[in-house]
Ligand binder design. Structure first.
Ligand SMILES: C[S@@+](CC[C@H](N)C(=O)[O-])C[C@H]1O[C@@H](n2cnc3c(N)ncnc32)[C@H](O)[C@@H]1O
Length: 333
């Protein structure tokens, strides 16, 4: 039962507007017809109108979150993850151990609430190995791993089980795009399927995009084609073999776990006064210290100076661990 005001049909629209204006209208219920009268749902009695308790139908509101409809014991609801990754039409969620037996219910609830999602996977491992790929376990929807993801105005085709891709870096990629300049040569040392390379190619002169994972290069080539780009050069192989053979105005080192081990390669490939975008992981109490020390040490080997242009925390990576970015310029003496 809900509260409603009973009004003649002919006055219905006028009174409905008045109720909205004074904040008394209750949008959770539908207006009901009763002969020549309407019963308009209200939140509280309104002076001058006949208020009754009526059997009003609830408005079907679409739930905002899968948490509202997931079929699990209420006591476990607080353990449900608040966020998950959406890559194209595929959702990837990290399910806490205590909820593993409800993984199918969680997957089904995600499919119900997010109409654009066709497949749901749970994380089966951390990002691992030299290709930086994680194991995925199918929990609901279609059994497919290839999709097309849209970000920053480009389309990226990829297979979530074969290549690394994180939609959480879209803003960071946009930032690098904004800092890049027309006429530049860019070297994307760990390019993956090309989210930086393809975006930057829309502005700069040329992008050399290297990756050691053959699947990343297959999708990169496909993405060059579907985005109608003609200034990205895909390079399949270990970046150690390429470094020094080309000179770039800007280098992107998006391999946070190991970027420090590739700094020499970056210094070999950067032009005088060129800029390096370096990514790493660092502890909360001093996220940049270890990385800056390592960069300074390598710069001495190259008789170069560095100028830190920017440093920022991109996201929490693990408890008390940040994924950080450092932009620095290299000046050779
Ligand atoms: C963290 S992913 C980043 C991919 C891409 N930049 C992105 O934002 O989606 C790192 C990539 O580096 C590649 N990689 C790892 N070691 C490499 C190496 N020695 N040479 C070239 N690529 C490498 C992996 O295959 C992976 O695709």
């Amino acid at each position: 039962m809900a509260l409603g005001v009973k009004v003649p049909k002919k006055d219905g629209e006028k009174i409905r507007r008045m109720l909205i204006d004074i904040g008394a209208y209750n949008p959770e219920y539908k207006i009901k017809r009763e002969g020549d009268f309407l019963i308009i749902p209200v939140k509280y009695p309104v002076e001058g109108l006949t208020v009754i308790e009526a059997d009003l139908e609830r408005v079907n509101r679409r739930p905002n979150s899968y948490k509202e409809i997931v079929n699990i014991p209420p006591s476990l609801k607080t353990l449900l993850p608040t966020s998950f990754d959406i890559i194209g039409d595929i959702a990837i969620i990290e399910i806490p151990e205590k909820l593993l037996e409800y993984r199918k219910e969680i997957g089904e609830a995600i499919l119900k609430v997010h109409k654009g999602i066709k497949a749901v996977f749970m994380k089966g491992s951390k990002v691992q190995g030299k290709y930086r790929v994680r194991e995925l376990i199918h929990i609901a929807g279609v059994r497919k791993t290839e999709t097309i993801h849209r970000e920053n105005g480009i389309r990226l085709k990829l297979d979530v089980s074969k290549v690394y891709f994180s939609p959480r870096l879209a803003t960071e990629r946009r930032r690098i795009y904004e800092r890049s300049k027309e006429g530049e040569i860019v070297f994307d040392m760990f390019a993956g399927v090309g989210p930086y390379s393809i975006l930057l190619a829309k502005k700069v002169k040329m992008v050399f995009a290297c990756d050691i994972n053959p699947w990343a290069i297959i999708y990169l080539e496909e993405n060059i084609r579907i985005n109608k780009i003609n200034n990205v050069v895909p390079i399949l192989g270990d970046v150690r073999k390429v470094a020094g053979k080309l000179k770039a105005d800007r280098i992107i080192m998006n391999l946070p776990r190991y970027a420090g081990e590739f700094l020499r390669e970056a210094f070999m490939s950067i032009k005088n006064e060129g800029v390096i975008h370096y990514y790493g992981f660092g502890p909360e109490h001093d996220p940049y210290g270890e990385h800056i020390a390592r960069i300074e040490k390598i710069s001495e080997e190259f008789d170069a100076k560095i100028k830190i242009l920017d440093k920022r925390i991109i996201r929490n990576y693990a408890p008390r661990q940040y994924n950080i970015a450092l932009d620095f310029q290299v000046i050779f003496s």
